[in-house]
Design a protein around this ligand. Structure first.
Ligand code: UTP
Length: 293
């Protein structure tokens, strides 16, 4: 296993795109079938060899801490009623990894949230993972990114080819090819208008950073909406150190978009032996009743 041990999961955002549920429930706790989104991300990190997870939380995010803590009362009830499979699932969430929490006191942006992790990750390279991107690829993308980091010592971004209309929702990367599936980053622009976008290579929510990102974040002035943008700090970093992109195609749900979130629920349900038949039947009836064929 490689040398990167720590992952940072920013989860202190206000989640305004999912209001009203996010008024009282953290976006990261929204269920995909029966697991909160953030658990998929922690499991992906662990599969890629990460042993230490730092969640950046804020006001009203207590449910995330509870989820990765023990619930002794619940364990006792399940034990007494002989529900051993459920007991194992409940117990597993607090044994997945060494999960820590730190607060971002004000939602000053994704870049600011990452900078809050500095005392915890110290001088080591680390991973940043965003819960809006749910990967169902057995951590293949993250594993490839960590391998490029091991090989080069540089920071590594996850890159997805999107359409010109879609690029304005992402950071757009200017890059040159290194080899099949790997590029060297030369510039990045946050949410460009489709006509101004320098490329259709979108940066998505998986990153491997050297500690150099913290210096870059310190030098990043607030951008759009007064927020410290991670993209702006990456722009500073790539002027100083090599930054690479790993291009991927499959295995991602954009759980920050409502329709994709619903699709993820259905497809993840279809992947489950205990639910597949009933969901297929539900879909057949739905398609027939709505005349969608
Ligand atoms: P988003 O912009 O997607 O999340 O930030 P948001 O702010 O929660 O959602 P909207 O836009 O209001 O709907 C990407 C990630 O960065 C975290 C979020 O929790 C999310 O995981 N974030 C964002 C922070 O931790 N702190 C911030 O100040 C901003």
């Amino acid at each position: 296993m490689g040398s990167v041990r720590k992952a940072v999961l920013p989860a202190a955002g206000l989640g305004t795109r999912f209001l009203p549920i996010t008024k009282s429930i953290p976006k990261e706790m929204l269920p995909l079938v029966d697991k909160p989104a953030i658990q998929y991300v922690v499991e992906e990190a662990v599969t890629a060899g990460i042993t230490d997870v730092l969640v950046i939380t804020g006001r009203g995010k207590g449910a995330i801490e509870d989820h990765f803590d023990r619930n002794v009362e619940l364990e006792q009830v399940l034990e007494r009623s002989g529900k051993h499979a459920l007991l194992a699932e409940v117990a597993a969430t607090d044994q997945l990894a060494d999960v820590h929490f730190v607060r971002q006191h004000e939602a000053l942006g994704l870049g600011h949230a990452v900078s809050v992790a500095e005392p915890h990750v110290g001088g080591e390279p680390f991973v940043v993972m965003l819960g809006d991107d749910i990967m169902v690829d057995d951590a293949a993308l993250l594993t490839r990114m960590l391998a490029v980091h091991e090989e080069t010592g540089g920071s590594v971004l996850a890159v997805l080819e999107v359409t010109r209309e879609e690029i304005s929702a992402y950071g757009a990367l200017t890059a040159e090819p290194v080899r099949e599936g790997v590029v060297r980053a030369r510039g990045v622009v946050e949410k460009p208008a489709p006509d101004d976008a320098p490329s259709t290579l979108a940066v998505i929510g998986r990153y491997v950073f050297t500690p150099g990102i913290f210096d870059a974040l310190r030098e990043t002035s607030p951008g759009v909406g007064g927020e410290i943008q991670l993209t702006d700090a990456i722009g500073i970093l790539l002027e100083r150190e090599p930054v690479y992109g790993v291009i991927f195609r499959d295995g991602r749900y954009d759980a920050g978009k409502k329709v994709d979130f619903l699709r993820a629920n259905i497809e993840l349900g279809l992947a489950r032996d205990d639910l597949r038949d009933e969901i297929e039947q539900m879909l057949r009836v739905l398609v027939r009743d709505r005349g969608l064929t």
